[in-house]
Design a protein around this ligand. Sequence first.
Ligand SMILES: [Zn+2]
Length: 283
Amino acid sequence: MRTRLDHLVTSALQQGSAVPAFTCYDFTTALAVVGAAEESGLGAILLVAPKTAATPNGLRLISALRGLADAASVPVAVQLDHAMDLNVMADAVAAGADSVLADGSSLPYEDNIALVVSARALLGPDVVLEAELGDLAGDEDRAFGADKSGASVAGLTDSAQVEDFVARTGAQLLAVAVGNVHGKYKGDPQLRWDVLQDIAVRTHIPLVLHGASGIPAEELVKAAAMNVGKVNFNTELRTGVLATLQKQLPGHRADGENLQALLGHWTRTAKDFAAGTLATLTR
Ligand SMILES: [Zn+2]
């Protein structure tokens, strides 16, 4: 059943766990994620990247994911990820997204606040807004992550700004930069637990960790105890599916095979990853 993203996250936090959010560039992956969620009896979040949402077919994908969420036997929310363009936000919500990350984290502080306030004014009170404070290194859609220097102090969320930022934006979730990066980690991720702890005592709204691919399971569980109720996965899911397709494709003759066998491999890879993640977060 389609569920408000903040309600989904809050109820998971009450059980001591976080909800995984998976970037879906296509319907096959989304079906696999929801299938894994249904088999585990747990909720999940479907993320749509802003570049996807900025196209007419991307908006159709959002509508399809909304239908999938409506029909699911477990709580599922659909979120537009990392959006800066108000028109894209409005289109995504009209197409069926019930939550938006209004991401002004690359802007000066006051402009970041202004973007979230504008998003709220445009989208209305029923759309769940996530905001981001701090500068996350790496590229969301590519596997080139930042090295550990990407998690330099300069990019970390300034915990001293958190109370003001949350109060003035009215955001319902806060994405933070505490040493997490988008893409692949070079070396081991070094989360700044001191910064996360400092943020967690300054706001009661759920926190969000982007770039969770590559962060050890036990650290995600530990983060959930510090009010991190949503963890975003893109890299591991995407590269896992691509690796499977690369491996399987040479065995599929174009003149003799149907697509179903290949889609089956795709689905199994995505489903196994989602199922493993769900199990990890709730153990
Ligand atoms: Zn992200």
